[in-house]
Design a protein around this ligand. Sequence first.
Ligand SMILES: [Zn+2]
Length: 277
Amino acid sequence: MPELPEVEHVVRALRRSLAGRRIVATQVTLSKLIAPFSSSAFNRKLKGSLITGVSRRGKFILIELDTDRILVAHLRMTGKFLYLSSDEDLPKHAHAIFYLDNDRRLVFRDQRQFGIMKLVPRSRLSKTKGIHELAPEPLTDDFSLSYLREIVSRSRRTLKTLLLDQTKVLGLGNIYAAEALYRARINPFKIAATLSSRRAARLHQAIRDVLRDAITDSSTSRINLEHPNGFSYGEAFERFWQVYEREGEPCFECGARIRRMTHGGRSTYWCPRCQRK
Ligand SMILES: [Zn+2]
């Protein structure tokens, strides 16, 4: 599942390809993808629209139009966007096709079909289910140290669990939660409310740094919208990970073996020495 830095790269790639293009027609073959719209109503609403920009809120991709609506997409597990010329074959699971005015097609494919796409009136965007509940964007001033201190002080959950809750702290999935806690030298199983103010500051810095670095470092392995797989964790990401998927390997700081514990189907990775408490 792509995490926020990868979605940020999808957004940038989409922006490069789509901004200024007009949608000529759409074709959707998986009705649940755009429910409650029917395929024909969806097409009626979109055809002729000019794409003015592409942005995101959390992992929701926002394709902005010159109408009063925004096309909101979420990739979930396996959703991918492709940008294909008119003579390229459609890949399997191509559930939505947007025909563009430059003879190219934007294709949404989703093998496991958990992805979603909705047309939301601009004025209702911040009230939309899923978006409404999200915590502040982690790289904006809204995600301040005092905000994080407040959130942490009120929670009896472990830090790892709290950091994965997108309504409290936005932008960390399993990978970057592990990496942020490692950078902050904080044990993932610590109860949030017991975190000292000084360490909360370290965590706040680590969250921002890890996301910023992931976005910067991974820019070498840009999302390729013209490749059928669109996105995969390439070498650039794996080089970046310091604890994630490194069970049994030596910590880069202290040499202790990285540990892993699985809980509720999710693995937590940490250094038992650097992250003792
Ligand atoms: Zn260590």
